[in-house]
Design a protein around this ligand. Structure first.
Ligand SMILES: C[S@@+](CC[C@H](N)C(=O)[O-])C[C@H]1O[C@@H](n2cnc3c(N)ncnc32)[C@H](O)[C@@H]1O
Length: 278
């Protein structure tokens, strides 16, 4: 029977063609999941032999990964904002950039109670992480994909996130005002979708990626229609794609929104906007 250390080495090497620089990290996640051990425990018990049944499961997972399937879909879970969430091929795999969006919302609002709208909730991670941190906040979360909403239902704890299946354009009619609105909308341009890595292009739902011809369709919809649904003093927070900040700023200015702030990620790439209606 191989030791944990030997198996980690073997899986990392086998995953390299599909996972590149993430191969070792993915090997750890696979063994953490199959053995129910933490990263530290895998190190501490590195000489422990691994049963053949677990080795077989590792081989099966590596086989799926080499076909291009993202590890999060194979394992059915992803780590986001310090906890695991369920994911299936019906939802976008949450990205680290989206943690910045959650952080900026949480830093902006200090009040104990409030109500917000999450547009394109997908797996529900944004709504869930914000309400986890703010026990007095409630959220209305909308997505047009019913299969995605069933994943969001599995990720929901408590009763402070209300999930609605609707296209955002039709859902806006009759909506109330919110303290703020948050969204990570589809923002990849049609041409760019064709150039994405196989893991993304062939496995993630295109309805979660496709932002129209230039990737900016949702920002145009938001800029032209969301103002009446944000209370005075509130904001719209959105994730944005690489290289889109200036074009999106222009869209909001043209629609007479007020202040427009841009937040960068650790690589200094603009990732989040915070816009006030006034
Ligand atoms: C980029 S994903 C974001 C998912 C999740 N909020 C996250 O950050 O990981 C965009 C989501 O918007 C949803 N969506 C796309 N078009 C929509 C529309 N017209 N109305 C409502 N939701 C829509 C998709 O189904 C998808 O779940």
């Amino acid at each position: 029977m191989p030791s944990i250390e030997n198996l980690l080495r073997k899986i990392s090497a086998e995953l390299a063609p599909a996972s590149g620089s993430s191969a070792t990290q993915e090997a750890f996640i696979i063994l953490e999941t199959l053995l129910g051990l933490s990263y530290t425990e895998l190190h501490a018990e590195s000489q422990r032999p691994v049963e053949p049944a677990i080795v077989d499961k590792c081989n099966a997972i590596v086989g799926c990964r080499l076909s291009g399937e993202p590890l999060a879909y194979i394992l059915g879970k992803v780590y986001f904002y310090s906890q695991y969430f369920t994911v299936t091929p019906d939802v976008l795999i949450p990205r680290p950039e989206t943690e910045i969006l959650v952080d900026i919302v949480l830093k902006t609002y200090k009040q104990a109670c409030g109500m917000f709208l999450d547009i394109g909730t997908g797996s529900g991670i944004i709504a869930q992480c914000i309400t986890n941190e703010k026990p007095g906040w409630r959220c209305m979360a909308v997505d047009k994909s019913l299969p995605a909403l069933s994943v969001a239902t599995r990720n929901r704890t408590g009763n402070r996130v209300a999930l609605f299946g609707a296209d955002i354009v039709s859902a806006l009619k009759g909506l109330r005002q919110f303290d703020f609105i948050v969204s990570n909308p589809p923002y990849i341009s049609r041409t760019e979708i064709q150039t994405l890595d196989r893991d993304v292009k062939d496995f993630e739902p295109h309805s979660a990626l496709d932002g129209g011809i230039d990737g900016l369709d949702f920002y145009r919809i938001f800029a032209s229609s969301l103002k009446p649904f944000i209370k005075p003093g509130g904001f719209l927070f959105c994730e944005i794609g690489f290289g889109q900040a200036e074009a999106i700023k222009e869209i909001f200015l043209r629609n007479n929104w007020g202040t427009f702030e841009i937040f960068n990620d650790f690589a200094d790439i603009p990732r989040v906007i915070k816009v006030s209606p006034e």
